[in-house]
Design a protein around this ligand. Structure first.
Ligand code: GLY
Length: 576
């Protein structure tokens, strides 16, 4: 029995489109880019954010390891070579397709608020702190989940020897790795905040100078932490010297945090049912609360399904009006209702009749003048909730893997902001700032906010690790970093692949147009900028800006695996 919650939409008649809508706006040429061909293989594939990490995963897969084994190796290397995005000090969500059983499982390794957290801990004199005032220091650090998620995935689905999965990362940490252009740039850009904590400054800004592209960087402390994990499992992380180092770092920071040794010792990975939304005959499956990912991606796709997006094509402002307003409607529900469902009841956000009514709102010609949360069916309809105002800035990393046994893994992994809390633990890894994904306000006009902070609650996420299932087997494994824009990046790439027939690399490379709350973000330096006039005429405010997704995807068609890595970052797909 599949654990996925398959939620079927009532078929609704397609709303008519006008032929003129399919015409590209003046000035938009070459919107569909000439991307390189995807990496094609038949046995296994790994796509991750850094070549050294993908190589580590490829070695495991080549030697007969599973996707879970390979993920452990990939994550261990990412924590070293892409430390700003993910690592042992962070959290992750994993979606697993098991070829032997046909089941989908999701694991929640999200960071957790300490037992002593309070709803007002990010307020001063009753007002929310400035975002970065809260991020930098110990207060923002949630109890990490990534190490236990790695262990749990290996325990359930691994075949390789656990200890050996850390070999590559230990060697790179002990002997040194070459600093990539992206890491060097991000360190230079963040030098002021990185200089706040002495250990962090000593590592990233030795002698006061930012590490540079091409430097060889060693991390002996990280090598020691990995040796401990390899030999003893995660007890070596959640108890003992490493745990004591985490707590001491948090408690002695300029803005001290509240995590205790008990918080670390009590941490647990939680298995949750996958959330699946039907789309064009497939099921788009991913991570449910505390992530808003699968519900919001699922709502966007459900709201556009009655419209003929394929016929409109990627050049059409009308297609982007439908996608943009579907996204606005979905984000309105996200802001009102989505949070850790172990703490707050949630309505039926993928209810077919509800989504059909919401989809009908898109049948006009112009941008919706106003967008508000809907009233999905709910046993707690009397419970009043106010909209969340939490801010999520882009960072994070995504890993997609298919192994030679046919298993598929989609995992999005994070320390939240770039370089997280900016605190480097004595174990050689950065600590997350995930608690700032909670709402800093607890109420609006006396009405509670679902994503408010509570002890041992998990902050709402946008991470959207996804596996698209077609006829009961995976057809696309995908995910991205990017804060709350992750949802738009993943939805766009699924639409480009499924509706517009793009191969996975082209779908990833297609310029981004992302709408969360009304303003239409158009990807700077791409043909997406050419949509500004047409979208303004439809009633949107547009905003040209960098949109640095980090999509990694594997399309599966019979025995053929096609891997794509985002040209906006440094990742690669490797297959055999
Ligand atoms: N902190 C990024 C996310 O969880 O969506």
């Amino acid at each position: 029995m599949r654990t996925a919650l398959a939620l079927l939409l009532i078929a609704s008649p397609a709303f008519a489109q006008q032929a003129a809508d399919t015409v590209a706006p003046e000035g938009v040429t070459g919107f569909v880019p000439d991307a390189p061909a995807p990496v094609v293989a038949t046995d296994w594939m790994v796509a991750a954010a850094n070549p050294l990490a993908s190589e580590a995963g490829a070695r495991v897969l080549r030697e007969g390891g599973t996707a879970a084994d390979a993920m452990v190796a990939v994550q261990a290397v990412l924590g070293l070579v892409e430390p700003q995005s993910s690592g042992l000090g962070g959290g992750a969500f994993l979606v697993w397709y098991d070829a032997a059983t046909g089941e989908l499982t999701t694991l929640d390794g999200r960071e957790t608020a300490p037992a002593t957290a309070t709803p007002t801990m990010f307020q001063v004199d009753g007002e929310p702190m400035g975002f970065f005032d809260a991020v930098v220091g110990g207060l923002s650090v949630g109890t990490p989940g990534t190490p236990m998620l790695m262990e749990e995935a290996h325990r359930r689905w691994g075949r390789a020897n656990w200890g050996g999965l850390f070999d590559e990362a230990i060697t790179l940490a002990a002997d040194g790795f070459t600093v990539s252009p992206r890491l060097a740039t991000l360190v230079a850009n963040d030098a002021e905040r990185l200089s706040v904590a002495p250990a962090t400054a000593a590592y990233f800004l030795p002698g006061g100078t930012p590490i540079a592209e091409g430097d060889t960087l060693l991390n002996a402390a990280y090598a020691d932490t990995l040796r401990g994990l390899a030999a003893e499992g995660t007890d070596a992380f959640y108890t003992g010297e490493v745990a004591e180092g985490i707590v001491a770092t948090i408690r002695s920071a300029a803005l001290p945090g509240r995590m205790s040794l008990d918080d670390l010792a009590d941490y647990r990975v939680i298995e949750r049912p996958a959330i699946c939304a039907p789309y064009r005959g497939a099921e788009v499956c991913g991570m449910g609360p505390p992530s808003s990912g699968a519900l919001t991606v699922g709502q966007i796709l459900a709201l556009i399904e009655p419209y003929d997006i394929a016929a409109l094509g990627p050049d059409s402002p009308e297609a982007w009006r439908l996608i943009g307003d579907a996204s606005r409607l979905a984000f309105a529900d996200r802001g009102r209702y989505m949070a850790d469902s172990d703490f707050v009841p949630m309505p039926k956000l993928l209810d077919p009749a509800y989504l059909s009514d919401r989809a009908a709102l898109l049948s006009g010609d112009d941008a919706l003048p106003e967008v508000a949360p809907g009233s999905p069916p709910w046993d707690h309809a009397a419970l009043d909730l106010a909209d969340d105002v939490s801010l999520e800035l882009p960072s994070t990393s995504h890993i997609s893997i298919v192994d030679s046994y046919g298993n598929a893994l989609s995992m999005t992994t994070t320390i939240e902001n770039g370089f997280g809390s900016r605190l480097l633990a004595p174990g050689g890894f950065l600590l997350n700032n995930e608690l700032t994904d909670f709402s800093f306000r607890t109420h609006t006009d006396g009405v509670p906010i679902a994503n408010r902070i509570e002890p041992r609650k998990r902050p709402r996420s946008s991470m959207s690790p996804t596996i698209v299932m077609q006829d009961g087997v995976p057809s696309l494994v995908i995910g991205s970093p990017g804060g709350s824009r992750i949802i738009g990046y993943v939805a766009k790439t699924i639409i480009a692949h499924m509706d517009w027939g793009m191969d996975v690399q082209q779908a990833i490379a297609l310029p981004h147009l992302v709408n969360r709350f009304g303003t239409y973000d158009l990807e700077e330096g791409t043909a997406a900028e050419g949509f500004a006039e047409a979208l303004t005429a439809l009633g949107y405010e547009t905003n040209v800006r960098g949109l640095t997704s980090g999509l990694h995807a594997i399309a599966i068609d019979g025995d053929t695996l096609s891997g794509g890595a985002d040209p906006r970052r440094e990742g690669v797909a490797i297959g055999n």
